[in-house]
Design a protein around this ligand. Structure first.
Ligand code: AGP
Length: 608
């Protein structure tokens, strides 16, 4: 998932494009490039490596001009080399183009264009678009872009410039997020708002099928029949500080430490103590609709899928409604069972994950009501869902999701509470949950105070090649999440498992060199977890236990143990997951890994 940015106005474009790329780098960071329009035409500079390398190169070979486009890449087709980096050109050099997405019929188009004599210089799917536009008839660049895209199958967020039509950027969206930034006599195109926030808060979110034309004096949006489309101008509410490091060495640590505030923000204005329920204004799920729900299907990917698993425990416990949690990438291609009373919940931090978006669309096509639990305001899942819950956790820049996970769990508990109270959960029980939710920010602060102890743990285990994470019940998903965090930022192989499942295979991995992390708060399955610890101990495994404050009876079993504050079992994953985030973070730092930009990953997976 790449990041694209473009600028047309009166200022020098290069610094604006580079700053935008720096903010978009969490979307992909294996190569980067820029095209600047000036008296010499469209000048392109691109290379393998991070945005700062491109910036250094432009420092030596400056390109000046008041319009341009740029790109930071997450390679899908063609290795991350300078040649395959964007922008891509046509045979004549008239066209320069940057693209986020996948052209699924690129091979067929390429073969046809090569038969017509087009010469390709890269291994990418994207270059096909440049030659298609070169080939297309039309008086204006936008006419030619529309004609070219008529042949294309796949997803794209793209920006195109032509040397023959200076000062114009044509933008197109199909499946990949693109927005316009509206300034005073200057306009921007970007993959997300973080790239333009320094210059404007006014943005236009493009819809699938939209084509936008930007010039120094105006912008307009048309459809593929060139009919003008009216699009709302939205105001971005968060500020630049939210996307700055704020004195932290990494965004991941900043976002972990922000969790008392982000959990508080997710709860703000939503707890109704007197009624023992939650007020979720954007949900658009009136009581009569709640009564019709017969089953709930959660669709998500990665960390969001793990919060969905916690959500299953919570919602089934509070409402009695059966919940199934599906990998969106699998669910979207399964036969959709059009069962009446189905509610589908799409969980996504970015709101742009392609598989989750398509799974939600498939569920809707099968007649399901769809909700979104999303962090990024204005994202596609949020705009397409029938209703939903915004996390209000602020921008999450670190590729490894942390604060979004705890806020997703809090949102799911509030959803379970709201539905439960509509379906017979008594007011007293509701009040208890509301009280405990209100205490969470303070308990999160106390949990974060464990950081020095977690850091010491990391120093002890950072050299281990494998880890096993075990948990039961509502904390089994926390074990999965702990393992995922460690894998994605430290590159250590780690597996999360239901603790009892260990006996059915993974126990074979246990020896003195295998750290086994137990997520073991004192809840109704605690004693069972202790038995699993004894099984690991008996095979010489090294046990790290995360249990509840005041629990003193693990000393004989655990090599190290840390205690998180006690709370309701259903809420415990919010607290037990935090030391696991910190453990992964400190181990990755100790191993010299690029914590915020882990290899091969990207923050928002907008291609399938
Ligand atoms: C988590 O740390 C990863 N970045 C990844 O698994 C992520 O959770 C997944 O790609 C889903 O993203 P979403 O929540 O934005 O849809």
């Amino acid at each position: 998932m790449c990041g694209i940015i473009g600028y047309v106005g009166t200022r020098d474009a290069a610094p604006i494009l580079l700053e935008g790329l720096r903010r978009l780098e969490y979307r992909g960071y294996d190569s980067a490039g820029v095209a600047i329009q000036n008296g010499a035409g469209l000048q392109v500079l691109k290379l393998a490596g991070r945005v700062h390398v491109l910036k250094e190169r432009l420092g030596h070979q400056p390109l000046h001009g008041t319009s341009g486009i740029a790109h930071t890449r997450w390679a899908t087709h063609g290795a991350p080399t300078g040649r395959n980096a964007h922008p891509h050109r046509d045979c004549t050099g008239d066209i320069a183009l940057v693209h986020n997405g996948i052209i699924e019929n690129a091979d067929a188009l390429r073969a046809a264009l090569e038969r017509q004599g087009h010469r390709f210089t890269t291994e990418t799917d994207t270059e096909t678009l440049a030659h298609l536009i070169e080939d297309a008839a039309g008086a204006t660049l936008e006419d030619r872009v529309i004609a070219a895209l008529a042949h294309v199958e796949g997803t794209y967020g793209l920006a195109v410039m032509s040397a023959a039509q200076p000062g114009k950027i044509v933008v197109a969206r199909q499946g990949s997020p693109v927005l316009l930034g509206i300034g005073e006599n200057e306009f921007f195109v970007a993959s997300d708002a973080s790239a333009v926030l320094e210059y404007t808060r006014s943005v236009v979110y493009l819809d699938d099928g939209d084509i936008a034309v930007l010039t120094p004096t105006e912008y307009h949006v048309i459809d593929s029949d060139s009919h003008v489309q009216l699009r709302e101008v939205d105001d971005v509410t968060w500020d630049l500080a939210a996307i700055e490091l704020g004195g932290y060495p990494h965004f991941m640590l900043k976002e972990i430490m922000e969790q008392p505030d982000t959990v508080r923000a997710t709860l703000r204005g939503r707890l109704l103590f007197e009624h023992g329920t939650a007020r979720l204004n954007g949900l658009n799920l009136p009581p009569e609709a709640c009564a019709e729900i017969r089953r709930i299907v959660v669709v998500a990917c990665g960390t969001s899928w793990h919060s969905g698993l916690v959500g299953r425990h919570v919602i089934e416990d509070l409402t009695g409604i059966p919940v199934q949690v599906e990998y969106a990438s699998e669910y979207r291609y399964r036969r959709q069972l059009a069962l009446p009373g189905t509610l589908t919940i799409a969980i996504s931090q970015s709101g742009e994950t392609a598989d989750t978006l398509e799974a939600m669309r498939a569920a809707r096509a099968a007649g399901s009501r769809v909700l979104g639990i999303v962090n990024v305001v204005g994202s596609t899942i949020a705009r397409e869902a029938d209703g939903g819950i915004y996390l209000h956790a602020g921008p999450e820049i670190g590729v490894a999701s942390t604060k979004a996970f705890t806020s997703q769990i809090v949102a799911l508990v509030m959803l379970g509470l709201y539905l439960g109270r509509q379906r017979g959960l008594d007011e007293e029980q509701g009040r208890e949950i509301v009280c405990r939710l209100a205490q969470l920010p303070q308990l999160v602060s106390r949990t974060l105070a464990l950081e020095p102890q977690v850091k010491a743990l990391a120093e002890r285990y950072a050299d281990k090649p494998n880890f096993l994470y075990l948990g039961r019940g509502v904390n089994f998903p926390v074990a999965l999440e702990g393992a995922l965090k460690l894998k994605e930022i430290s590159y250590i192989h780690a597996e999360g498992y239901p603790a009892a499942e260990m006996k059915h295979g993974p126990i074979a991995l246990i020896d003195a060199n295998m750290p086994v992390v137990f997520v073991a708060p004192k809840d109704d399955v605690y004693q069972k977890v202790v038995s699993n610890m004894q099984e690991v101990k008996a095979r010489g495994g090294r046990i790290i236990a995360f249990t509840s404050e005041g629990n003193g009876d693990l000393s004989a079993l655990a090599d190290q143990q840390l205690r998180v504050p006690a709370t309701l079992p259903l809420l415990s994953p919010v607290l037990t997951s935090i030391p696991l985030q910190l453990l992964a973070y400190h181990i990755a730092v100790l191993r010299g890994c690029d914590v915020d930009r882990p290899r091969n990953l990207a923050k928002s997976v907008t291609v399938e």
